[in-house]
Design a protein around this ligand. Sequence first.
Ligand code: GCU
Length: 426
Amino acid sequence: TSAMAQTTKKFVANYDEAKIPAYELPAALQTQDGDPVETAEQWNDRRAETLRLFEEHVFGIMPEQRNIKVKVVRSDRDYRPGVTRHELDVSILPLDASSDRSPLVVQVLADVPQSDSPAPAILGLNFQGNHTIDNDPRTRIPSSWVRDRRNGSTDGNKAIEAGRGVASTRWPSKMITDRGYAMITVYYGDIDPDFDDGFENGVHGVMPEFIESLPEDHRPGSIAGWAYGLSCVLDAIEQADALNVDATKVGVLGHSRLGKTSLWAGATDPRFAMVISNDSGCGGAALCRRAIGETVARINTSFPHWFNDAYLQYNENESALPIDQHQLIALSAPRAIAVGSATQDEWADPKGEFLAWQAAAPVYELLGMSSDDVKVAEDASMPKKQSVINAGPMQYHLREGKHDLADYDWECYLDLADRTLQTESR
Ligand code: GCU
């Protein structure tokens, strides 16, 4: 019977809007006790409550403290005319300074426009290694675990020379620096390898005492680990004066699972001045309750290690979740937020990403978004392909094409950065 049960249980994604179950979204502006949230001060408490709900029911808990050391290991002035390429080592140290556990060393690559004033920046994790963003023969190749791509760009789970430049379309460094921004990237597997390792490796491995102190259901999955790593990199940006990057103007960007991660990094670390979700889908910007394309049950089956164990109770039970993903977006308020979708990315539910973005607008309004902008966000219907909705610090766009991070996406994000990060001082 168990074989039978398994065949009948095979997941078939629903893509039919007519089959979406009736649902009601949890109110972002109402406490769990049912009290209305009407002032910015009340939102502070509701924000803390919302953050806790995501920690306890979705992502798991990471420590508030971080302990890092940063070392610049390479500065290639005029890597391109007017641009310096730096490589840094960021060591994530045990929280207990007396511990003799080895730190985790994360390699950072930063292309920074040369200027008298520190540059604003976009920081994003990459999937395959810093060496894959272009053909620079000097960029270090990660020694941490990589996914076996079976296409010659890896040797089993090892990154190799042949991988140089294979992800270059996703990292248009010249476009970014020409517009005055630094592009900073880190291989996500340096922070935590993307497989279920029972908290052994990566950033979890630096803090076993902390993790063991948590209830089992609340232990952090990989998304929480990657987001914590992003905060450590932001610490390093703050500390490394030689980088000449303005840590108060750093946008955090991610695609897909790493877009889920950038939303969580923006939620947990208010120092990120701008938060960018590209095609983040289930567990990211897309509403869970629509259960269209990838669902909670499906993601918990394929990628259980991304989330905490409490999230498993919501398999085919989305309406029991105390939150939905509009509230994850709202945790970035009042900072700049960009949600990008792609027409052929049905697995990530573009419409669910749009509706979640829209449902976050009331929180932005409470925190000062103008009524004109609120109207733009709330009156908008799902935009046509290759178009953008701008409402104050909120941006949504729909690119034509498949699940990817493309030049058009970057253009939208840099436009939002121009509107929200730049100041007269530059
Ligand atoms: C899978 C997964 C998605 C994820 C994507 C990615 O498709 O189901 O949730 O966003 O991988 O990270 O590319």
